[in-house]
Design a binder for this molecule. Structure first.
Ligand SMILES: Nc1ncnc2c1ncn2[C@@H]1O[C@H](COP(=O)(O)OP(=O)(O)OP(=O)(O)O)[C@@H](O)[C@H]1O
Length: 402
């Protein structure tokens, strides 16, 4: 697992066996009996790296494989192929009430769930009041959860998930349940977790929510990633596809990820600010508007492919894309000529105002459409707040007064 990833999937896929009758399952297990099942691919083999602090939104129509992917990451579903590596405490809101025992009271379920998440009794006792208050279910906390309404169920499950200080929070459509006030409170809590650097995976049909919360969106269709990247871009493509369906277009979208195992992949990504290395965990100090940002990438594979293009994007702390540079746009002289499979992008100045920023890097096809590889985020940095301390906004505009 690379040091910047908290979740790493390598060729993870899920195929279900479908039996016409329950007895076929038994029959099939006997030697010399012909296969009695059909297979259904819910998720095609997928490789994905998710960095610490990333907020990922999954998009896709019903049955696209969103829940399957989330369940595989949470470990509630076993993959049929590939390997999966998840680091840290993962709190999940998957199906309604999953992880709750219906016979137990809300209070008992809080302790049961907390223990499953790895919290000790004392830790849970300390957090119980916060969980109870957040859930707003009052005295019902001492009633068996089988008597709860679906709204109460979600509120308690949500309260446990966000109050146990998870490293990774996985939410499957939970925000759409519950009344307006609770949904708003949940949203605020998720934003707080996001600000504190937690990794969040979020699946929703509400595209506005995905754009507001996430800094990467992944569009799944029939178990395959069609597009991923900056939420606004992916949502745009997804909406065009939905619009096409409304207009009678039944075509299946073509995945943007190039097929084949030998597609170009990053070999090294080196980012420096004034020659100080910057990574997701190593944050350079004393970065000012005069600082020089340099990104050098090298890649491997891709023999037989046209020389790939390389792009870097700059994001503010709230995930907004504020600037980008791509070799497919700038067409530098060195593009396509390097036998070394290496490119360096230099930003000689960073006219940014105080705050935290991050850099994402992408390896794309020569037209900048298909994604081959990416690192999100590849580096973080903080602008020195003593410079332009009173100026508001994201970047410094050169100006003249008279
Ligand atoms: N246990 C199962 N056995 C067989 N097929 C299954 C099983 N669970 C899910 N599937 C199928 O896998 C596909 C992906 O399902 P999944 O629940 O991941 O989709 P989704 O994108 O989350 O959809 P939704 O938005 O409706 O929740 C669907 O076609 C579904 O019918």
């Amino acid at each position: 697992m690379s040091s910047d990833s908290i979740i790493e999937l390598t060729d993870v896929g899920k195929t279900y066996r479908l039996y016409r009758k329950p007895s076929d399952r038994l029959l099939e297990s006997l030697p010399f009996v012909k296969q009695k099942s059909d297979s259904f691919v819910a998720l095609k083999p997928l490789s994905l790296k998710i960095g610490k602090g990333e907020v990922i939104g999954l998009l896709g129509r019903n049955g696209a494989g969103k829940s399957t992917l989330l369940q595989l990451i949470c470990g509630t579903l076993q993959p049929s192929s590939g390997t999966l590596n998840v680091q840290g405490r993962i709190a999940a809101l998957l199906e309604l009430g999953s992880g709750f025992n219906p016979e137990f009271t809300g209070r008992e379920n809080v302790f049961l769930n907390g223990a499953i998440l790895g919290l000790g009794r004392k830790e849970l006792e300390d957090r119980f009041e916060e969980i109870h208050a957040f859930s707003e279910i009052g005295d019902a906390i001492d009633q068996p959860v089988k008597t709860y309404s679906s709204g109460m169920f979600v509120r308690l499950a949500f309260a446990v998930a966000v109050c146990v200080d998870p490293d990774i929070l996985v939410i499957d459509e939970a925000l759409s349940v519950g009344d307006g006030a609770f949904a708003k409170k949940s949203f605020d809590r998720i934003m707080r977790l996001k600000e504190s650097g937690k990794t969040i995976l979020f699946c929703s049909h509400n595209l506005y929510q995905v754009e507001a919360i996430c800094n990467r969106a992944i569009w799944l269709h029939q178990g395959e990633v069609i597009a991923q990247g900056v939420p606004a871009d992916v949502i745009n493509k997804y909406e065009s596809y939905l619009y096409g369906i409304d207009q009678g277009d039944t075509g299946v979208p073509a995945p943007e990820v190039a097929p084949g195992n030998d597609r170009p992949q990053f070999k090294t990504v080196q980012i420096t600010l004034d020659d100080q290395p910057a990574t997701q965990t190593q944050v350079p100090v004393g970065v000012t508007g005069q600082s020089c940002l340099q990104v050098t990438v090298s890649w491997k594979g891709g023999d037989g492919y046209p020389s790939p293009s390389f792009a870097a994007t700059l994001h503010s702390a709230d995930g907004k894309l504020i600037a980008s540079a791509g070799s497919h746009i700038d067409q530098p002289d060195c593009q396509g000529q390097s036998a070394e499979k290496e490119l360096t992008l230099t930003l000689p100045q960073l006219p940014l105002l105080k705050g935290e920023y991050w850099v994402e890097v992408y390896l794309l096809c020569e037209q900048g459409i298909m994604f081959y590889d990416q690192q999100i985020p590849a580096a973080r940095f903080k602008m020195d707040s003593s410079v332009c301390a009173l100026e508001q906004g994201v970047f410094h505009i050169p100006r003249q007064w008279s």
